[in-house]
Design a protein around this ligand. Sequence first.
Ligand code: NDP
Ligand code: GDR
Length: 372
Amino acid sequence: MKKALITGITGQDGSYLAELLLEKGYEVHGIKRRSSLFNTQRVDHIYQDPHTNNQHFVLHYGDLTDSTNLTRIVQQVQPDEIYNLGAQSHVAVSFESPEYTADVDGMGTLRLLEAIRLLGLEKKTRFYQASTSELYGLVQEIPQKETTPFYPRSPYAVAKLYAYWITVNYREAYGMYACNGILFNHESPRRGETFVTRKITRGLANIAQGLESCLYMGNMDSLRDWGHAKDYVRMQWMMLQQDTPEDFVIATGLQFTVRQFVLWAAAELGVSLRFEGSGVDEYAVIEGIQGDGAPALKVGDVIVRVDPRYFRPSEVETLLGDPSKAKERLGWTPEITVQEMCAEMVAEDLKIAQRHALLKKHGYELSVAVEG
Ligand code: NDP
Ligand code: GDR
């Protein structure tokens, strides 16, 4: 039975990847951070009681800032594959906490690679690094592919640039099977609430149920190539099953604005919106309502406004990936379209909002606030 170790197992990708590897018969180990509240909601459904025999899913306390801890876990698990998905992954937050982001996202990657090397596991343990389209940053070429030059535009992207190159370097220097997946944005109902797609689907569902009145957004012109996390974790696994380690771009090859995503999400709730104004004065007003997905709304309501607090000090305006290498070499293509994904996210967030609305009706007030 193969053993995998996943950092960031409690995150969006970690949870989908753990499910996939368990289905494939792996023994899955994951690193979770100590937290004052439970932080395992995304993997609770696959949790296995450590008191039972034959456990295939094991969580270890740890942190990418702690090399002693990482080395001990790698030594204990002796993994065939390590997926380094753990990160301070929010671009806007990286401007607030640049040093921490560099430590976790950059140095954390080095710490894991060194653990493999120091333990003499270079020939046994394969290593996947969660690299990102944010490396391309300021546009040098469209669409972006494996050979496109990098120009990072945030402390997050700069930290990930270090992680990218240290992964390449350990492959070249020590002959390790180590590779980078350069993944473009991928989302799902498990996406963190402060990333733009989830902020939109959750915010609009809450507004439709009368739990909030307006969604405040940043740059509506930003263009992203959005895929579904389920499709993307499949590719993470495929990348570690090849004869030789290589880096791959994972994307859909289509891009849309943030504004377009708002329109799709609203349409899923039966609401048609009209955008007015531009820049910081942009807002969206309801033109029409069909169906019963938005009982708290009426035509003429303004439910989206721009707030410059969500602008970034330096923005990545446009990302569009060229996934041809992944298609040709690995036969990978995404199966879920961005519109299907948006519909799934709205449906899930609407269920949550409906539950909260019901609780509120019976006197239980739940916090719905999200900054990000
Ligand atoms: P999430 O933010 O959902 O998950 C990040 C995970 O990392 C969480 O499990 C988090 O723990 C953990 N983590 C954070 N800090 C530390 C730390 N100091 N030590 C150990 N673990 C830590 O990210 P995604 O699942 O969306 O992304 C997975 C990876 O892929 C990340 O590295 C991200 O940068 C990268 N990436 C993501 C893309 C996307 O569009 N989703 C695109 C390209 C790359 P906790 O749950 O406790 O917060
Ligand atoms: P990104 O994702 O920065 O691309 O990083 P995010 O969803 O945060 O932003 C995408 C674009 O939307 C614009 N935007 C807003 N973003 C947020 N979060 N909140 C808003 O209110 C808002 N309004 C507009 C942003 O400015 C940006 O242009 C994600 C993360 O998962 C990274 O870890 C990963 O590496 C990259 O995707 C690929």
